[in-house]
Write a protein that binds this ligand. Structure first.
Ligand SMILES: Cc1cc2nc3c(=O)[nH]c(=O)nc-3n(C[C@H](O)[C@H](O)[C@H](O)COP(=O)(O)OP(=O)(O)OC[C@H]3O[C@@H](n4cnc5c(N)ncnc54)[C@H](O)[C@@H]3O)c2cc1C
Ligand SMILES: *[C@@H]1O[C@H](CO)[C@@H](O)[C@H](O)[C@H]1NC(C)=O
Ligand SMILES: *[C@@H]1O[C@H](CO)[C@@H](O)[C@H](O)[C@H]1NC(C)=O
Ligand SMILES: *[C@@H]1O[C@H](CO)[C@@H](O)[C@H](O)[C@H]1NC(C)=O
Ligand SMILES: *[C@@H]1O[C@H](CO)[C@@H](O)[C@H](O)[C@H]1NC(C)=O
Ligand SMILES: *[C@@H]1O[C@H](CO)[C@@H](O)[C@H](O)[C@H]1NC(C)=O
Ligand SMILES: *[C@@H]1O[C@H](CO)[C@@H](O)[C@H](O)[C@H]1NC(C)=O
Ligand SMILES: *[C@@H]1O[C@H](CO)[C@@H](O)[C@H](O)[C@H]1NC(C)=O
Ligand SMILES: *[C@@H]1O[C@H](CO)[C@@H](O)[C@H](O)[C@H]1NC(C)=O
Ligand SMILES: *[C@@H]1O[C@H](CO)[C@@H](O)[C@H](O)[C@H]1NC(C)=O
Ligand SMILES: *[C@@H]1O[C@H](CO)[C@@H](O)[C@H](O)[C@H]1NC(C)=O
Ligand SMILES: *[C@@H]1O[C@H](CO)[C@@H](O)[C@H](O)[C@H]1NC(C)=O
Ligand SMILES: *[C@@H]1O[C@H](CO)[C@@H](O)[C@H](O)[C@H]1NC(C)=O
Length: 584
C-alpha cells in the first residue's frame, strides 16, 4: 500500500463519487437561477437571483428592525482579487492577510469566513491569483450582528417569511460547514459577550456558576473565572465558543478528566426556539430541550442566547510535553514506546489527566498532558512508564514538565493559539477496551501505522469522562467508555481543491474504515469527525438519535435550522450549485 501510484489510482477510481459529496459543500455564482422559482419554492430555499429573493427595500426594512445590525457579506479576501465588490486589489493588504490567515482570530472577528477552508469552496480565496474569482459563493449572503433576543426573533421571522436558508454563526470553527452556507442569512453571535458569576441554586445544583452570552469564547470565560478564583470547563482551543457548537456538541478540554465534558457542566440554557419563542431549558424546565442541547450538536434545536455552567474553585496544575522521533529508531523500538504510552493511558486519565498527542510518519508528540490539581511530581509518576520505555528502547526524547499555581497559568503556557486546521479530518472514538490486551493494542498500532504510512496523521485526545453528569444529557454514550477521541487528518492544499477532495475521500474510504474495523458499531465525536461520515446519525448520535429528532421537530417544527450532519439534516440536500433543497 505504500506506493504512491497505487494510492493515487484508488483515489482516481473513486473521485467522481467523492467530488459529488464535496460539491454539496461548495459555492456558486449568482444570478442564473431565476427560472427555478415556481415549483421549487416549496422544495428549496429561496436563492439569490430568484424572484422570491428579498428586494433591497426588504433587506433595508430588516436592517431597520434590527437597529442597523445587518451586514452584507464582503469576503475578507476581496483585497486579493481584481474587481471584487468595488474593493481594489491591494497586494500589500493581501500579503498581510495571507500571513495571518491560519489564525482563528482572522476569521472569528468576521461575519462570514469559515475556518474549515473546504466549506469556502475557494469562493474568494486569499491564495489564488488576483484574477481568480471572488464571489460570495458559499459564504452567507448577509449576517445579523446580533445583540439581543429580539434580533434572533426578527431574523428567524424574516428567514421564515422569505424562505431563506438560516445559519447560526458564532466563531466559525465548525468542521462540517454548519456555520456557513450558500444563499444563507446568518445570525452572528460573536459580539454577545456578557459574562456574570452567579450563586446558583436549583434542585440539582447549589454553588458557583457562570453565565455566558452566546458569543463568549473559551479564553474570555477562563480569564473572568480566574479573576474570581474560579475555573470553568472549556476547550483546549482558546477561541471555541462555549455557548455555541462546542458545549452543545459535547466539548472536551484540559479539565475533562477532572470534571467531565463541557456538556456535563450545563445548568441552564436561554434559547429562542425555531418558532421564535424565548424559553429556559434546565434539568427541570423544558428538560427535553435541556437534554438535547447538552450534547446533541449545535445549530438545530434552537438559537442559544446564554449558557450557565458550573464553576469550580481554582486549583494548581501541572503539565508536560514529550516528543520523540522515528528517525534512526527501529520500528519495533518505536512501537514498544508507543505501546507503553497507550497502555498507561487508562491510569493517566483516571488520575485526572487529559492528553493531546499526535502521531505522524516521523514522530510522536504529547503536547500537553494537562494535570489539574496535581503537582509535577504526581504527573511525572504517571508518565514514568512511558519515559522508562523510551530509555529501555534507547530512544532519545525531549521532555518538559511544569507546575503552576493556578489552572489559568498552566493553561496559557501549555495552550498556544492553535491555528485553524490546515487539514481534512475524520474521527473515531477509541474505547478503553482496545488497550486491554496486547493483541488489541497491536491492531490499534497497526491501524495507526497504516494511516501515517499512507499520508495521514493520527491525533488523540485522551480523557476519562465517565464521571456522569448529575442529570442526563444527550452526549453520545460511547464517550463514557472512550479512552481517546482519534482525529485522522490529511494535509490541506490551499491551491488544489481537487487534491483536498481526494484527501477527504481518503479519510472516508481508507483511514476511518481501518478504525471502524476495530470499533464496529462505534462512534465519533460529532464536532471532530468526517463531514462525509456514512450513517452519521448512528455514528455521531448513537441511541439518542430518535429522541433528538423528536425534540428537533417539537422546538423547530418548521425546520428553519439546518446544518450538514446535524439532527434532522437528512431531509435536506445541497444541490451542486449550493442551493439547499428538500430531498423530496
Ligand atoms: C482549531 C480548532 C480547535 C478546536 N478545539 C476543540 C477542543 O479543544 N475541544 C472540543 O471539544 N472541540 C474543539 N474543536 C471543535 C469545536 O468544538 C467545534 O468546531 C464547535 O462546533 C465550535 O463551536 P463554535 O460555536 O465556536 O463554532 P461555530 O462554527 O460558529 O458554530 C458551530 C455550530 O454551533 C452552532 N451554533 C453556534 N452558536 C450557536 C448558538 N448560539 N445557538 C445555537 N447554535 C449555535 C452553529 O450553527 C454550528 O452548527 C476545535 C475546532 C477547531 C477548528
Ligand atoms: C456520499 O454521501 C452519501 C450520503 O451521505 C453516502 O451514502 C455515500 O456513500 C457518499 N459517497 C462517498 C463516495 O463517500
Ligand atoms: C464550488 O465551486 C465550483 C467552482 O467555482 C462551482 O462550479 C461549484 O458549483 C461550487 N459548488 C457548490 C456546491 O457551490
Ligand atoms: C428546480 O431545481 C432543480 C435543481 O435544483 C432544477 O433542475 C429544476 O429545473 C427546477 N425546477 C423548476 C420548476 O424551476
Ligand atoms: C444597515 O444599517 C446600518 C446603519 O444604518 C448601515 O451602516 C448598514 O450598511 C446597513 N446594512 C445593509 C446591509 O445595508
Ligand atoms: C500557524 O500559522 C502561522 C501563520 O501562518 C505559521 O507561521 C505557523 O507555522 C503555524 N503554526 C503551526 C504549528 O502550524
Ligand atoms: C457588531 O455590533 C457590535 C456591538 O454589539 C459592534 O461593536 C461591532 O462593531 C459590530 N460589528 C460590525 C461588523 O458591524
Ligand atoms: C475513570 O476514572 C475513575 C476514577 O477516577 C474510575 O472510577 C472510572 O472507572 C474510570 N472510568 C473507566 C471507564 O474506567
Ligand atoms: C484536588 O485535590 C485535593 C487533594 O488531593 C482533593 O481533596 C480535591 O477533591 C481535588 N479537587 C478536585 C477538583 O478534584
Ligand atoms: C498508576 O500510576 C501510579 C503513579 O501515579 C502508580 O503508582 C500506579 O501503580 C499506577 N497504576 C497502574 C494500574 O498502572
Ligand atoms: C529536541 O529538541 C531540539 C531543539 O528543538 C531538536 O533539535 C531535537 O531534534 C529534538 N529531539 C528530539 C528527539 O525530538
Ligand atoms: C509545551 O508545548 C507547547 C506547544 O508547543 C508550548 O507552547 C509550551 O511552551 C511547551 N511547554 C513546556 C513546559 O515545554
Ligand atoms: C503484553 O506485552 C507486554 C510488553 O510487551 C509484556 O510484558 C506482557 O507480558 C504481555 N502480556 C501478555 C498477556 O502477553
Amino acid at each position: 500500500m505504500k506506493t504512491p501510484s497505487l494510492i493515487l489510482s484508488i483515489l482516481l477510481l473513486r473521485l467522481p463519487a467523492l467530488a459529488y459529496n464535496v460539491s454539496h459543500v461548495s459555492h456558486v455564482t449568482l444570478g442564473n437561477s431565476k427560472q427555478r422559482v415556481g415549483a421549487n419554492q416549496t422544495r428549496c430555499r429561496c436563492f439569490p437571483g430568484d424572484d422570491c429573493w428579498p428586494r433591497p427595500e426588504e433587506w433595508n426594512e430588516l436592517n431597520r428592525t434590527l437597529g442597523g445590525g445587518l451586514i452584507k457579506t464582503i469576503p475578507i479576501a476581496s483585497v486579493c482579487h481584481y474587481n471584487s465588490f468595488g474593493i481594489p486589489y491591494n497586494a500589500e493588504a493581501c500579503a498581510e492577510l495571507r500571513s495571518v490567515w491560519d489564525y482563528p482570530g482572522t476569521h472569528y472577528v468576521t461575519s462570514s469566513s469559515p475556518m474549515a477552508p473546504l466549506f469556502a469552496n475557494m469562493s474568494c480565496d486569499p491564495f489564488t491569483a488576483p484574477e481568480a474569482q471572488c464571489v460570495i459563493g458559499s459564504y452567507v449572503q448577509y449576517a445579523v450582528n446580533a445583540s439581543t433576543a429580539d434580533c434572533f426573533k426578527a431574523t428567524l421571522d424574516f428567514a421564515q417569511r422569505h424562505n431563506i436558508r438560516l445559519v447560526v454563526r458564532n466563531t466559525g470553527h465548525d468542521y462540517f460547514g454548519k456555520s456557513t452556507g450558500a444563499g444563507a442569512l446568518a445570525i452572528w453571535t460573536h459580539h454577545m459577550k456578557g459574562i456574570s458569576i452567579r450563586d446558583y441554586e436549583s434542585p440539582t445544583y447549589t454553588g458557583k456558576a457562570m453565565k455566558l452570552g452566546a458569543g463568549v469564547m473559551n479564553s474570555e470565560a477562563q480569564e473572568v473565572a480566574h479573576s474570581h478564583g474560579l475555573i470553568v470547563v472549556g476547550g483546549d482551543c482558546q477561541s471555541v465558543g462555549l455557548a455555541g457548537g462546542y458545549t452543545q456538541g459535547g466539548g472536551h478540554g484540559p479539565l475533562a478528566s477532572t470534571f467531565g465534558l463541557s456538556a456535563d457542566q450545563v445548568l441552564e440554557w436561554e434559547v429562542i426556539t425555531g418558532t421564535g419563542e424565548y424559553v429556559k431549558a434546565t434539568p427541570t424546565e423544558n428538560e427535553d430541550l435541556y437534554w438535547a442541547l447538552s450534547g446533541g450538536g449545535g445549530g438545530t434545536f434552537g438559537i442559544v442566547f446564554s449558557l450557565s455552567v458550573k464553576a469550580y474553585p481554582d486549583v494548581k496544575a501541572a503539565a508536560a510535553n514529550l516528543t520523540f522521533s522515528r528517525l534512526g529508531v527501529s520500528s519495533s523500538a518505536f512501537d514498544s514506546a508507543l505501546q507503553a504510552f497507550l497502555i498507561s493511558l487508562p491510569n493517566v486519565t483516571d488520575s485526572g489527566v487529559s492528553c493531546i498527542w499526535v502521531l505522524t510518519d516521523t514522530s510522536f508528540t504529547l503536547s500537553p498532558a494537562s494535570a489539574p490539581n496535581m503537582s509535577s511530581e504526581e504527573l511525572q509518576a504517571l508518565l514514568n512508564p512511558t519515559l522508562e520505555s523510551l530509555s529501555e528502547n534507547g530512544i532519545l526524547y525531549n521532555y518538559s514538565i511544569q507546575g503552576s499555581p493556578s489552572y489559568l497559568e498552566s493553561y496559557k503556557t501549555m495552550h498556544p493559539i492553535y491555528n485553524i486546521t490546515e487539514a481534512n479530518i475524520g474521527g473515531r472514538l477509541i474505547p478503553r477496551s482496545l488497550v486491554s490486551s496486547n493483541s488489541s493494542i497491536r491492531s490499534l498500532i497497526d491501524a495507526m501505522k497504516f494511516i501515517v504510512e499512507n499520508g495521514g496523521e493520527v491525533s488523540g485526545v485522551a480523557v476519562n469522562v465517565t464521571r456522569l453528569p448529575d442529570v442526563p444529557n444527550s452526549v453520545h454514550p460511547a464517550w463514557r467508555s472512550t479512552l481517546f477521541s482519534a482525529v485522522v487528518a490529511t494535509p490541506y492544499d490551499p491551491l488544489d481543491f481537487e487534491a483536498n477532495v481526494a484527501g477527504q475521500g481518503k479519510i472516508t474510504t481508507m483511514f476511518i474504515p481501518k478504525l471502524v474495523e476495530l470499533t464496529p458499531d462505534g462512534a465519533a465525536y460529532l464536532n471532530e469527525a468526517d463531514p462525509n461520515q456514512p450513517d452519521f446519525q448512528q455514528v455521531f448520535y448513537g441511541p439518542n438519535y430518535e429522541r433528538l429528532l423528536a425534540i428537533k421537530h417539537k422546538y423547530d417544527p418548521k425546520g428553519l435550522l439546518y446544518g450538514p450532519t446535524s439532527v434532522g439534516s437528512e431531509v435536506w440536500q445541497i444541490e451542486p450549485d449550493g442551493r439547499l433543497c428538500h430531498t423530496s
